[in-house]
Design a protein around this ligand. Structure first.
Ligand SMILES: [Zn+2]
Length: 261
């Protein structure tokens, strides 16, 4: 039986690349390898309007020398690559959507590669786990948080606790571990069926096949439980899993302005 769904189409937006030692994705393994990992966001065409899942990277953190140094240089990190076709405004334009048309943004967590365009989305409801919001506003939440991207009094936060449903066919899953309040998404498309979006619960396919922890974990036991939970759902539902950071699989995905329906 096909579950009821309000989701009509899923657009995968490729928002740029991060240049990283592989240990960022696979804890303690692959330090010699430097990966170029994609950063995605997902736009949903739904019965109640446009919904954005994650919000890309802020180009100003790269183009502004002082911000680039503060965000990346002083931590010894290579700045991400965002070319013109990766910009969120470019991709939305190709689909015929404006920032103002997006009424709801759901964030997996508040690392900089997931919330970079919040400054363009102040009019929208911004849903995030309460525990994620708390971690992000700690004095020193970690180098992957760029406070200026999300510390904005104009943002209308919608704080959530654990699993929740945004609408028929769009479910958010508590997959904390990578951070205190990381969440993943399960959505149902009318033709394609169930799709799992793990975000950073597992960056690469091998995080799931070999049950490898993400490089950064606030809670290792929870991070492993999250990987196993998503694997189980993939199997039990026969779901397709679209990986957020996998440099090989991104090349096989249907990218915006194409879509899954
Ligand atoms: Zn992350």
């Amino acid at each position: 039986m096909t579950p009821a769904t309000d989701i009509r189409r899923l657009f995968v937006l490729l928002c740029g690349y991060e240049i990283l030692p592989k240990t960022i994705s696979t804890r303690g393994q692959g330090a010699r390898f430097i990966l170029s990992e994609p950063v995605c966001a997902y736009l949903l065409d739904t019965a109640s309007g446009w919904v954005l899942l994650d919000a890309g990277m802020n180009p100003e953190n790269i183009t502004d020398p002082a911000r680039r140094e503060a965000a990346f240089g002083r931590h010894g990190m290579t700045p991400p690559v965002i070319r013109a076709p990766h910009r969120l405004e470019t991709q939305l334009d190709q689909i015929g959507v404006r920032f103002a048309d997006i009424g709801h943004v759901i964030l997996s967590h508040l690392h900089f590669d997931h919330c970079g365009y919040l400054g363009h989305l102040r009019h929208a409801r911004i849903s995030v786990q309460r525990r994620e919001h708390a971690q992000a506003f700690e004095a020193d939440p970690g180098v992957a948080y760029i406070r200026s991207d999300y510390d904005d009094p104009a943002i209308r936060w919608d704080l959530r606790d654990g699993d929740w449903s945004a609408m028929p066919g769009l479910h958010l899953l508590d997959t904390h571990g990578h951070t205190d309040g990381h969440q993943s998404a399960l959505l149902h498309l009318p033709g394609t069926g169930p799709i799992l979006l793990p975000f950073d619960a597992g960056d690469l396919r091998e995080n799931f096949t070999q049950e490898l922890l993400p490089g950064e974990c606030r809670d290792e036991h929870a991070a492993l439980a999250a990987i196993r939970r998503l694997k189980r759902l993939e199997h039990d539902l026969g779901a397709s899993m679209l990986l957020f950071h996998d440099p090989v699989e991104i090349q096989q995905m249907r990218l915006a302005p194409e879509y899954y329906d």
